[in-house]
Design a protein around this ligand. Structure first.
Ligand code: GLU
Length: 368
């Protein structure tokens, strides 16, 4: 029922759905999943799959244990496992006449405007060619600092780049609970979350923070990105056969409803950056100006934190340390250190060259 009005749907599947505890590949499950996808396509929906499993399948083939792997070794194993993964998809999906393609992305591909627009175009061309894109992180070249490391947030950025209406995260839990369901018998599945910031805070207070460490946290991070991108997100248990059909029938999942985003695509991209490079602390006068839609000028800046270049994503925080805007800086952090607190007219004299007068232009900024 959630999917009825969705034109573009991104579905993320975790490694545990493809390989079971005994390292057996769940081919029957994958075929049932492929049939669900075929059904979605028959209703004219465009589907993108984000699939983990490169490392798990590489480990299986090479007989390694995932837990003991160092990053460089896991990258080599992922390069072996990614072929296994795509072979598996190709073998199963072709059985029912579905064509697949592979897209490997790094954090930089989604964070850099030009590259993310290129990726968007490739997705659109693949839809036109009637191929289903199967995305994974390019584990073989991502280093620890510039790595997603989890496909939940990667999937949410893919959803945002492609203007998707719904992202489905299929995992091995039913969704988000009021308490840790492994400990508390009275834990209840939360079916709908409409105001993520407020509602999640309440859940945390009730003691769920330890639940599914990492696992649930990255899903909530993904939900926040989707929320800002105008995309609904569903967390559902994918272990069952025909998992998508099951969501539509039973509604046994958590749905995060996005507030309708009025932001244009560029602003959406700015606000959902996962790796801002620095922070600017600004005074109350500048904060007021920003809220009224003005650009950020050097005069209102109190402090610069972090090291960033011109064009990088930064957070803008007030003197009480609350983040209230994000933007693209027109100056490097080194330049801002020299000009903060100064009048715009003085900038040229201080830096020794002509430059913009706004540190963050209003078109490059989104208040939260
Ligand atoms: N990209 C990793 C892989 O294919 C998985 C990351 C994740 O589990 O979210 O093995």
């Amino acid at each position: 029922m959630h999917l009825k009005n969705s034109k573009v749907v991104v579905i993320k599947i975790g490694s545990s759905l493809l390989v079971d505890n005994t390292r057996k590949i769940r081919k029957k499950w994958l075929l049932s999943f492929a049939k669900d996808i075929k059904k979605l396509k028959s209703k004219n929906k465009k589907v993108i799959i984000v699939s983990s499993g490169a490392i798990a399948l590489g480990c299986k083939k090479m007989n390694y244990k995932k837990a003991n792997l160092k990053l460089d070794k896991s990258q080599a194993i992922a390069s072996v496992g990614q072929i296994e993964l795509m072979n598996l998809f190709s073998q199963i999906f072709s059985k029912i006449g579905l064509n697949i393609s592979q897209i490997l992305l790094t954090l930089e591909d989604t964070e850099e405007r030009r590259r993310s627009i290129n990726a968007k175009r490739t997705f659109e061309n693949l839809f036109d060619l009637d191929y289903i894109p199967v995305v994974n992180e390019n584990d073989t070249i991502a280093t620890s600092e510039i790595k997603y490391g989890d496909n939940d947030r990667l999937a949410s950025r893919v959803a945002q780049i492609t203007n998707a209406d719904t992202l489905i995260l299929l995992s091995d839990v039913d969704g988000l609970f009021t308490k840790n369901p492994k400990i508390f018998k009275d834990a209840q599945l939360i079916k709908k979350i409409e105001h993520i910031e407020n509602e999640i805070k309440d859940i945390y207070i009730k003691g769920v923070t330890e639940f599914g460490k990492g696992g649930m946290n990255t899903k909530i991070e993904a939900a926040k990105i989707c929320n800002l991108a105008g995309c609904n997100m569903i967390i559902a248990n994918g272990l069952y056969l025909n998992p998508i059909n099951r969501i539509e029938k039973n509604n046994n999942c958590t749905l995060f409803v996005s507030k309708i985003s009025k932001l244009d695509a560029r602003k959406k991209w700015i606000i959902s950056s996962v790796s801002p490079k620095g922070e600017l602390t600004i005074d109350d006068g500048a904060k007021k100006a920003l809220i009224n839609g003005k650009s950020l000028l050097a005069a209102g800046i109190k402090k610069v934190s972090g090291k960033f270049n011109k064009g990088d994503h930064i957070k803008i925080i007030d003197i009480k340390n609350n983040e209230f805007a994000r933007g693209l800086s027109s100056f490097s952090s080194d330049e801002i250190v020299k000009i903060l607190g100064c009048h715009s007219k003085e900038i040229e004299k201080i830096l020794g060259y002509i430059s913009k007068s706004e540190v963050v232009h209003k078109d490059d900024m989104v208040t939260i």
